[in-house]
Design a protein around this ligand. Sequence first.
Ligand SMILES: Nc1ncnc2c1ncn2[C@@H]1O[C@H](COP(=O)(O)OP(=O)(O)O)[C@@H](O)[C@H]1O
Ligand SMILES: [Mg+2]
Length: 424
Amino acid sequence: MNVLIIGSGGREHALAWKLSQSKDVDRLFCVPGNGGISDVAECHDLNVSDTAGLIDFVRRMKIDLVVVGPENPLAGGIVDAFEEKGIPIFGPVARGANIEASKIFSKELMKASGVPTAPFQIFDDYSKAIAFIEKKEPPFVIKADGLCAGKGAYVIRDMEEAKGVLHNLMVGEIYGSAGKRTVIEDFLPGIEASYLAFADGETILPMPASQDHKPLLDNDLGPNTGGMGAYTPIPFINDAMDRDIRENIMLKTIASMKEMGIPYKGVLYGGLMISQGKPYVIEFNARFGDPETQPIIFKMESDLLPVLVASVEGKLKDIKEIKWREGVSVCVVMASGGYPERPEKGKIIRGLDQFKSEKDIMVFHAGTRKAGNEYFTSGGRVLGVTAIGADYEDAIRKAYDAVKKISFEGMQYRKDIGRKATII
Ligand SMILES: Nc1ncnc2c1ncn2[C@@H]1O[C@H](COP(=O)(O)OP(=O)(O)O)[C@@H](O)[C@H]1O
Ligand SMILES: [Mg+2]
């Protein structure tokens, strides 16, 4: 089969790396790709939002399967457009991707189907939202309805801040139409987990649960980022809770969408809060997480291709199980100086060639570009240094030993990725 991956991040490098090892993949393409992906796939710098151009490319290259990484093309209906042309594509249709692209759609679906989530109210009127929060005690959470590249959710600690946020979103329209409607919900204390599952419209095949690290600095301080590291599995979801999440959150959500006439295929990603021993959904995403995909896929022993194909064809139940490597997988993100506000670019990256033959270490590329035999930084998050170890201590040590052998000017990374698993 010829396969095309759409995207340019660490998540897409992990998918490309894994698919490049499949015996059934003949040619692997990526649009647009990055420096690391160009070592395992043929990268083409096409415009991802030009659907007609992509369809033309898919036909010329005789591509049999398209795999979509990021949320924006999914929300924009790339799957609908390709399906209309009869091209197999992994990911949900736009109405399914709405579970990520509209917090209001997602909250209403959860409420209607009894999926546990924080109590909430929806507002399209600024003064009504203000009147509502005046009767509320912080902490609470204000969220823009639409896609805001991870910047549209605000945990509110004081009233003045809340008013400013509502004004910026609903009146100032800092995120355009994405923030004109808002969700205001109760704050749930607890510990966050990412629960990713392959879906085929009917059933699901879960991946091991993982945990992201959003804030830039150690101990969850500093501004939020796209994610500074992740690890899998996590110690605070036992088998009983896993079953509960699978049945009462993931399958229920897929079933509700099916009832609405939405065949949800691709990855369903539950962003969970484990609060007082019970899982609640903070949000859903309609795609693989980044950076969670890096440690998850590095741990995957089975071939990824048949799982993607079964998901597209509605045949996931034919796949008995996915085999995972034993142990713990940890991914430490190395980011550029100035990230997240103004990441520096164009710095040479040193030390990458030492890991090529290491079975337990893989350096996934995100914002990198290859020129000749050298790699240069080209974005905020640069690398996801991923290691597998026998336990948390071992995996963390291996990941950081590898990080210390890599360098580029201005680099920053958290020193505590995976630590939460060792103190619980
Ligand atoms: N109800 C809530 N209770 C506690 N924390 C929350 C709640 N909703 C969101 N958060 C925090 O805000 C972060 C971002 O919210 P989320 O809904 O995931 O939005 P997005 O990822 O689209 O920015 C979450 O990862 C979590 O840390
Ligand atoms: Mg989130």
